[in-house]
Design a binder for this molecule. Structure first.
Ligand SMILES: *Cc1c(COP(=O)(O)O)cnc(C)c1O
Length: 218
């Protein structure tokens, strides 16, 4: 079923849009099944589970951390993360930079944007995002790669479209305001229920869990 689901999604996904398979709460075997179909980018949202899977699974997997990250958990995540998509406070940004200085690793990150979807309280407001991007020089061990956002959890397609287009507009404005930010080119929007709408609204990366792996286990 995993192989079939992946194939169907990949068939429909434009070639320029990256697929991150969100494997949280799914066992190693499920990840390996996707891996054997050629999938290499996986997303996890809990530091302990992230570290355990990263250590046990093939080393050419590209791990994305997509959950809330407390600064006392950085050592579980940063050694393995290709991209931390959920940077939601200045405090976390500073801690990632400090960790990077000590461990001589530059971490690629996305700033998580909060655009009024009531379900998540996490993320920077659009004006905070712009203020943070003014300060990137203070974080030499952080590479700012783009934005991550979630739409309101609703069947109202118009509301979801509006959320994604707000994030897309912010993304374009940031790129225009800060052209020196090399590699600020990733817009991570869209999950199982709304990725098609996200793709129509400029997504460069979708994070899909349930539609690949089924309902989450354990
Ligand atoms: C769990 C999760 C996803 C995937 O959700 P599905 O609805 O299962 O596709 C995507 N993004 C984030 C941040 C998540 O926590």
């Amino acid at each position: 079923m995993i192989a079939y689901n992946l194939e169907m999604i990949k068939k429909e996904l434009p070639s320029g849009v990256k697929l991150v398979a969100v494997s949280k709460f799914h066992p190693l075997e499920a990840i390996l099944e996707a891996y054997n179909e050629g999938q290499r980018a996986f997303g996890e949202n809990r530091p302990q589970e992230f570290a355990r899977k990263a250590v046990q699974l093939p080393q050419d997997i590209e791990w994305h951390f997509i959950g809330h990250l407390q600064t006392n958990k950085l050592k579980l995540v940063l050694p393995y993360a290709s991209l931390v998509e959920s940077v939601d406070t200045l405090h976390l940004l500073e801690a990632i930079n400090t960790w990077g200085e000590k461990n001589e690793k530059v971490t690629d990150i996305l700033l998580e944007v909060h655009i009024g979807a009531e379900e998540t309280k996490q993320g920077f407001t659009p004006s905070e995002v712009k203020a943070v991007l003014k300060m990137t020089g203070e974080f030499p061990y952080v590479r700012f790669r783009g934005l991550m956002g979630m739409a309101s959890h609703t069947d109202d397609e118009e509301a979801v479209t509006n959320d994604f287009s707000v994030i897309k507009t912010l993304f374009d404005e940031c790129r225009e305001m800060y052209p020196h930010l090399n590699g600020f080119d990733q817009l991570s929007t869209g999950m199982s229920g709304d990725w098609r709408i996200a793709v129509r609204n400029g997504s460069t990366e979708v994070r899909i869990g349930t539609a690949i792996f089924g309902n989450r286990q354990y």
